[in-house]
Design a protein around this ligand. Structure first.
Ligand code: PLP
Length: 446
């Protein structure tokens, strides 16, 4: 494959943008990332004309793929040409808020913002303002965006900022615990319960290789929050409107968080975030409450139209059936390939998300393993080997994945996410042929 033009663009980019990119993970591809010229259905074409099956899908927002249905396209164009924005409220914001409140079990009221980061920053402030407490519990290694309150590393006893520029005095209010470890978080609540404003957690660690929750873990978090008057905040920036369809992961798992953060799909491919929950809590945002929150672009009409029309299209068509069935085919096909070629590796994912994690060790006998991707089933022979925490994923062969495997897949025309931690996403534009081509490439590359 020729990447001359991408190389030239990267060279220019390095002179005017830090690391040559506008978001760090894009530079994870070495020696430089392909620069994308356009999308077509489930594919992208780069600046040198190379075509790939695209499983990155904008890192999650593109539920429908690169081919926007006519109804969605028309509303985006209409709003773009009639404004595009006003700094005043519009009808489409109200309609979108009503749609989300109608479908997502725990949401009565919602505030739209401009990114997932802004959503988790605002949700953290809301939890602190609502409870009058400072401490936030997060999962070790989880990612909630460029949020000063969550860019923290370490453990419950010793932790500090994971980025320069965040005061240690600030990071000390955030307590990291290992995902899926009920004892660890129970201990933290026993020690700090009265000071904990909230637990911020993804229903599935979707930004760390995809780690499924162990049965009962989210129920433990729900109970601890209830017992101590803390808010349970679910970060559904990735899982929202992807896992569990229109009810989101909370509908699938049957847990009602107090607050939910959204992003990605809820904006239909345009910059977005949102914070939803019970009216009694969300109304603490200004101007009805005393937790300050504001944004020039919040509820942008083009974004609202794109998000609302995308979700309406999904509600009226077989979108979730299509993406979830391709997901099942991919994950079970990968499970079969791994059994033959790399039995120590783990297939992860659910609904329209998938990933192969290069775990270092596996069982001798695979009979009865989870066929559709790791579900943390205690009866699965892989149970003792599959990642339970972010640290388990980090301990897998992340360099082999990124430096060797990613490039081999790319050479076969398959575009996977930029490293082993980011999930891969299936869209309504993907086809059975894309799945077959991808499985053949995995077979070759593994
Ligand atoms: N929360 C989660 C779970 C995410 O995966 C991300 C980004 O990938 C964010 C928050 C931040 O969203 P954004 O990149 O839109 O700021």
């Amino acid at each position: 494959m020729n990447h001359e033009r991408s190389g030239e663009l990267y060279d220019r980019a390095l002179s005017v943008m830090p690391g040559g990119v506008n978001s760090s993970v894009r530079a994870a591809i070495e020696p430089y990332p392909p620069f994308i010229q356009r999308g077509e259905g489930g594919h992208v074409i780069d600046a040198d004309g190379n075509r790939y099956v695209d499983w990155v899908m904008g890192l999650g927002p593109l539920l429908l793929g690169h081919e926007t249905p006519e109804s969605v396209q028309a509303e985006i164009q209409r709003h773009a040409s009639q404004g595009p924005m006003y700094g005043m409220p519009t009808e489409v914001e109200v309609e979108h808020a009503e749609f989300v409140a109608r479908h997502v079990p725990s949401v009565e009221m919602i505030r739209f913002v401009n990114s997932g980061t802004e959503a988790t920053v605002s949700a953290t402030r809301l939890a602190r303002g609502y409870t009058g407490r400072n401490k936030i519990v997060v999962m070790q290694g989880s990612y909630h965006g460029a949020n000063d309150s969550t860019l923290v590393e370490g453990d419950a006893k010793e932790h500090g900022p994971s980025s320069a520029g965040i005061p240690a005095d600030f990071a000390k209010h955030t307590i990291p615990v290992p995902f899926n470890d009920a004892d660890a978080v129970t201990e933290v609540f026993a020690e700090h319960g009265d000071d904990i404003a909230g637990v911020l957690v993804e229903p599935i660690l979707a930004n760390k290789g995809i780690v499924h929750p162990i049965d009962g873990y989210h129920e433990t978090l729900r109970d601890l929050c209830d017992d101590h008057g803390s808010l349970l905040v679910w970060d559904e920036v990735i899982t929202g409107f992807r896992v569990g369809g229109l009810k989101c992961a909370q509908g699938k798992f049957g847990i009602e968080p107090d607050v939910t953060t959204f992003g990605k799909i809820v904006g239909g491919g345009f910059p977005v975030g949102a914070i939803g929950g019970k009216e009694e809590i969300i109304s603490h945002f200004s101007p009805s409450g005393d937790v300050f929150q504001a944004g020039t672009f919040s509820g942008h009409p083009v974004t609202m139209a794109a998000g609302l029309e995308t979700l309406k299209f999904a509600a009226e068509n077989d979108v979730y059936d299509h993406v979830n069935s391709l997901g099942e085919k991919l994950r079970s096909g990968l499970t079969d390939i791994l059994a033959e070629q790399a039995p120590e590796y783990t297939v992860a994912g659910t609904d329209s998300m998938f990933k192969v994690i290069f775990t270092r060790d596996g069982p001798n006998n695979l009979s009865g393993e989870c066929a559709g991707g790791c579900q943390q089933d205690e009866d699965c022979p892989r149970f003792d080997y599959c990642p339970k925490t972010g640290a388990d994923v980090a301990a897998a062969e992340t360099d082999r994945w990124r430096r060797l495997f990613w490039g081999e897949m790319k050479e076969q025309g398959i575009f996977l996410s930029q490293n082993q931690f980011e999930s891969q996403f299936i869209s309504y534009s993907h086809t059975e042929e894309d799945v077959a081509e991808t499985l053949a490439a995995y077979e070759q590359a593994l």
